[in-house]
Design a protein around this ligand. Structure first.
Ligand code: C2E
Ligand code: MG
Ligand code: MG
Ligand code: MG
Length: 279
């Protein structure tokens, strides 16, 4: 009967929910210990200059190397940590490890490529971001220009005045600010104009939208042109094919990041890429 079907559906739904809650509880129970045990690892994904194909930098992306579940993607645990507040601790750990990597490059005589770290909304609004980050630069003897900060577009809309103040202070100290996932949120072009940022990261939905139409190509061209008018450079995320790369080149986008070039990789693999010994 119809009624029977629904009962079945709810029983099944209940089960999925229960398993999800159990999994979430297990994640929450284990997170502090995981951090202490060094189970969180930094992966680096290269960014390239479209004009000449040269390596221009990297983005640090966290992975959870869980003893039983294996390598976990941030999609599984970041949203949860954003809700329970643990993200602040995890982010500070990721920034610290990233600065240690940058210091290591200097000691090994590797080129000073800039690495960007992700800064979550909670970090922007709840902690002394400028104090924490300048403290890290001092600890590792780094110049601020080598650490780029990616702040998602949606973080800007919560309290624009507060974020303008924070970001202005960071830029005054020499940090480079990248607006992440641009085009995925609800910020207006007017707000973009007011925001003291240096780089626009074009959300991957633009480059990946199918089918490719003249209209979406013109939308991208328009955004890149507008960014350039505001003296911002543009990085396209999620570039997976040579065709997508050519479309970006045609509209004057400067940088690209995506599986077409490389997936995020362990630090040692990235260092081989930097020195050209990975071939
Ligand atoms: P994001 O900062 O926008 O990072 C880009 C995401 O796109 C990464 O996913 C990357 O692996 C993925 N990606 C790169 N190229 C391609 C491509 O060509 N195709 C596709 N389909 N995907 C591509 P990842 O590593 O799973 O991270 C997801 C999100 O989790 C990040 O999005 C960021 O918002 C968050 N995240 C990752 N690490 C951290 C962190 O240390 N702190 C904070 N607060 N958030 C983080
Ligand atoms: Mg990012
Ligand atoms: Mg992004
Ligand atoms: Mg994203």
């Amino acid at each position: 009967s119809v009624k029977g079907q629904y009962q079945n559906y709810f029983a099944c739904y209940d089960d999925v929910l229960r398993r999800r809650l159990l999994l979430e509880q297990e994640i929450v129970d284990g997170m502090e210990q995981a951090l202490a045990d060094g189970q969180f690892e930094i992966y680096l994904q290269p960014k390239y200059r479209i004009a000449d194909g040269s390596l221009s930098g990297a983005e640090a992306l966290v992975r959870w190397n869980h003893p039983r579940w294996g390598l976990q993607s941030p999609a599984v645990f970041i949203p949860l940590f954003e809700r329970n507040g643990f993200i602040t601790q995890l982010d500070q750990y990721v920034w610290d490890r990233t600065c240690a990597v940058l210091q290591g490059w200097r000691e090994k005589g590797l080129p000073p490529l800039p690495v960007s770290v992700n800064v979550s909304r909670a970090d922007v609004y709840n902690v002394d971001l400028t104090g924490i980050l300048t403290g890290l630069l001092q600890k590792y003897g780094l110049a601020p220009g080598c650490l780029h900060l990616e702040i998602t577009e949606s973080s800007y809309t919560e309290n624009p005045q507060q974020i303008i103040d924070t970001v202005s202070r960071l830029r005054a100290r020499g940090f480079v600010i990248e607006m992440d996932d641009f085009g995925s949120g609800y910020s207006s072009l007017h707000m973009l104009h007011q925001m003291p940022v240096d780089v626009l990261k074009l959300d991957m939905q633009f480059i990946q939208s199918e089918p490719v139409t003249p209209v979406n190509q013109e939308i991208m061209r328009f955004i890149v042109k507008l960014a350039h008018l505001m003296s911002l450079s543009v990085v396209a995320e999620g570039v997976e094919t040579a065709e997508q790369l050519e479309r970006l080149r045609a509209i004057g986008c400067e940088y690209a990041q995506g599986y077409y070039f490389a997936r995020p990789m362990p630090v040692e693999a990235f260092e081989r890429l930097m020195t050209g010994t990975d071939a």
